[in-house]
Unconditional design. Structure first.
Length: 97
């Protein structure tokens, strides 16, 4: 910590901190910093889970989830309407001979 700063500098830093945190008083600063620290820790844990799952970023994870949801929707539709023919993917893509 640099002891060369005067009281005005500390007040300016404090005022900037209060503005950045969008809080009204000193008690709120402490609770907001604690809330942000807790949120950062949770994000760190979530990031570790993504890395362990082999996902580079949250957007890829969301895309994977959306794809799985689409697949489930198709499976439920097939289950609910077994009388409808199920076309193999080759036929639906026009690659069948």
């Amino acid at each position: 910590m640099n002891d060369d700063h005067d009281l005005d500098w500390y007040r300016a830093q404090w005022n900037e901190l209060v503005d950045v945190l969008a809080v009204e008083d000193s008690d709120a600063v402490v609770s907001e910093v604690r809330r942000l620290r807790k949120q950062a820790e949770a994000l760190s844990v979530q990031r570790e889970v993504l890395v362990e799952a082999g996902v580079e970023n949250p957007e890829k994870a969301l895309q994977m989830i959306e794809n799985m949801a689409d697949q489930l929707e198709e499976l439920y539709a097939e289950r609910d309407h077994p009388e409808l023919p199920v076309k193999p993917e080759e036929e639906t893509n026009g690659t069948s001979g």
